[in-house]
Design a protein. Structure first.
Length: 675
């Protein structure tokens, strides 16, 4: 993915930055606007006065919800526009799209600011020691109020605000996704400064944690809310008198997270019935062996797909077209999803190729299948890779992504188009395996018959980078395939952005639009609530178990690159824990991992060969990543290195053929060449 797409992205971002008026990107930023003021904001203003750093802190919080018996959680998010982060032009984020949710993200980043906090002297669990988060005396306690169980996490101060400690928030991240439709209580206690002195609770929170209601009637609602969280923590063994801060929040339901895509899928495929989607072939290119040793033919074409976007042809910036029932509604016009398919030389009518949907990388294009390593994979495994664009997060979407980073009111257009892209992929997949679909076209045949397999059980999915991230959601809703290979995937984007070198080219826009570090973290937390609808994070609980209605369970192989500069290892491992993947061992050579317990919470594969979902680490020699929320920058970026390894390519192919992990690494840690 990296060389060509990175150049395209840099060029596009530079062109857009040059086109932005000077006032939009000031050389010296004005004093940063703040997302409300918790010190003076009131509950009536949509603020929580308990954390004066920003109106919405601590976040997420059920304080920003209202009762709604029509939702599965019984509540609905109710953010006020005046409380939302404000950009440099004085525009608060419009919360309308967020207020459709019946709870917060299962991958929520929990935010608050504790003046003077030292995580080390406080004994807070870092990313390298997740097990410490469950210690009896852990200073941060995250409790599932349904079960009473403690939930693992890691926590860190925002490393990007190290030079501005007054605006440096504490970020708490679940080490495994939170349960849907479940309330969680958060408790902070025994917090210390750099000298080891205990940081006392604020006068306001001391009032709220008292067992009797405060004299000020304006605080009664806030006191009742605090007492609910404190009660849950007390039941879990936390002394209320020791609490520095406590709050709770509810995770969105399965319906809130996934219903839009499921509705689109079920309606569109119901209309399709037993027919194939309409396939149009636009171009066929045959290659000699001298021109391409791996690919005999490339087919370019399109599939006609029902559109659920609100504008004709659904260009970048389009939104879902909601009907009166609050679900996406079809427009009269279809859209055409352009595809590219590479038919390998190993394919023949006697040995037809396996149809394989391919998901491209960050803001890229389906022509990524033309990379040499993917062509080699096609030939080695006799797989026909077919790709369409992840609209919403494709090359053509770069201008809209940049505009959205400057005004997060636009952000919902990104996951809205991505949800349409899931349907595009599913329709392409059906066309590939339908006997009267692609295989009936001359472009996919030779003089003796079809060059690609058709029928049930033949289709599989392979995606890398963004194709691994969005691919997790696609796999969770797919009905025509049950095996998926996710290369360098992760959950979730709100974790990844600060930890990825890919965000370097976009951060100037984001930083200049929202210069306050607190607002930046709030923006990422808010973005995840919408991204859940269009990336793996909102679907992981239903990927390898508890399948969504009308959907088969999947088997998944995840490939991780140690020290990845673009997709953080820790986020890949959150995904592995959430889906219950087993770890192929030995994963790393002794001493390579910086963690106290490497791969904490991910059990090893009991024996090989192994049938089930797995995580495979690949080490090409890059340094271990930083432990905070900053990108790795030392050494070579190993992000694309797993694809360089014939052994890893063979492992993926064997898994997609059978759902079984076969050890192609000879019983030692898997490695890959750097080029």
């Amino acid at each position: 993915m990296r060389p060509r797409s990175a150049y395209v992205l840099r060029s596009a971002v530079l062109a857009l930055l040059l086109a932005v008026p000077a006032a939009a990107v000031p050389a010296t930023a004005a004093p940063p606007p703040r997302a409300g003021d918790g010190a003076t904001g009131s509950l009536a203003d949509g603020c929580d006065p308990v954390d004066p750093a920003a109106c919405l802190l601590p976040f997420p919080s059920d304080l920003y919800t209202v009762a709604d018996p029509a939702t599965d959680t019984g509540i609905r998010v109710d953010l006020q526009r005046s409380a939302m982060p404000e950009n440099i032009f004085g525009t608060n984020i419009d919360p309308a799209d967020w207020n459709r949710n019946d709870g917060f993200s299962p991958g929520s980043m929990l935010l608050t600011r504790i003046p003077g906090l030292d995580p080390v002297t406080s004994g807070i669990a870092p990313s390298t020691d997740i097990g410490r988060s469950l210690a009896p005396d852990a200073p941060i306690v995250l409790v599932n109020t349904r079960t009473g169980e403690r939930h693992p996490y890691w926590a860190e101060l925002d490393a990007n605000a190290a030079d501005d400690p007054d605006r440096q928030v504490l970020i708490i991240r679940p080490a495994r996704n939170l349960d849907e439709n479940t309330r969680y209580a958060v408790g902070l206690r025994h917090l210390r400064d750099s000298a080891g002195a205990t940081i006392p609770a604020s006068e306001l929170f001391a009032t709220l944690r008292a067992p009797t209601a405060p004299a000020d009637p304006a605080l009664h609602r806030r006191w009742e809310y605090a007492q609910r969280a404190i009660g849950a923590l007390s039941t879990a063994g936390v002394d209320p008198a020791a609490l520095h801060l406590a709050w709770d929040f509810t995770v969105a339901s399965e319906r809130s997270l996934t219903e839009r895509v499921r509705h689109m899928r079920d309606e569109a495929f119901g209309q399709l019935g037993t027919a194939s989607p309409v396939v149009t072939v636009d171009k066929v290119t045959d290659y000699t062996a001298e021109q391409d040793p791996d690919i005999r033919r490339q087919v370019e074409g399109s599939v006609r797909v029902p559109s659920y976007l609100d504008t004709p042809l659904g260009p970048p910036g389009s939104r879902l077209n909601y009907g009166p029932d609050g679900l996406p509604e079809q427009r009269s016009l279809n859209i055409t999803a352009k595809f590219y398919c590479n038919i390998p030389r190993s394919a023949s009518a006697a040995t037809p190729a396996r149809p394989t949907l391919y998901g491209h990388g960050l803001l890229g294009s389906p022509t990524e299948i033309d990379s040499r390593k993917l062509k080699q994979y096609s030939q080695e495994s006799n797989s026909m890779l077919c790709a369409t664009a992840w609209i919403g997060m494709a090359t053509t979407d770069v201008p809209n992504v940049i505009r959205s980073l400057g005004d997060f009111s636009r952000f919902g257009s990104i996951p809205d188009r991505t949800q349409q892209s899931f349907l595009n992929f599913l329709y392409l997949g059906r066309a590939l395996i339908h006997a009267r679909g692609a295989a009936a076209k001359d472009a996919f045949r030779d003089e003796t018959g079809p060059l690609t397999r058709t029928g049930a059980g033949q289709l599989v999915y392979l995606g890398n980078s963004q194709g691994g991230i969005l691919g997790g959601a696609l796999c969770a809703v797919a009905t025509d395939f049950t095996r998926c290979a996710l290369g360098v995937p992760a959950a979730n984007y709100s974790t990844l952005l600060d930890r990825s070198v890919d965000f370097d080219q976009f951060h100037p826009v984001f930083h200049n639009a929202y210069p306050d570090p607190v607002d930046q973290q709030l923006c990422l937390a808010l973005a995840q609530m919408l991204w859940d609808r269009g990336e793996a994070n909102g679907y992981l609980h239903h990927l390898t178990g508890d399948p969504l209605p009308g959907t088969p369970t999947k088997q998944v192989i995840m490939i991780e690159a140690f020290g990845d500069h673009q997709v953080a290892n820790i986020a890949t491992e959150v995904q592995a824990r959430t889906i219950g993947a087993r770890l192929r061992t030995p994963a790393l050579a002794a001493g390579r991992s910086p963690d106290v317990v490497p791969f904490w919470g991910i059990p090893a594969v009991p024996a090989l060969p192994y049938t089930g979902s797995v995580l495979v680490m690949v080490d090409s020699g890059s340094p271990a990543p930083p432990t905070g929320n900053t990108p790795p920058r030392e050494g070579l970026d190993p992000h694309g290195h797993p694809r360089n390894s014939p052994e890893i390519r063979a492992m993926i192919a064997r898994f997609l053929d059978s759902g079984t992990l076969v050890d192609t690494c000879a019983g030692v840690p898997c490695t890959a060449p750097t080029g």
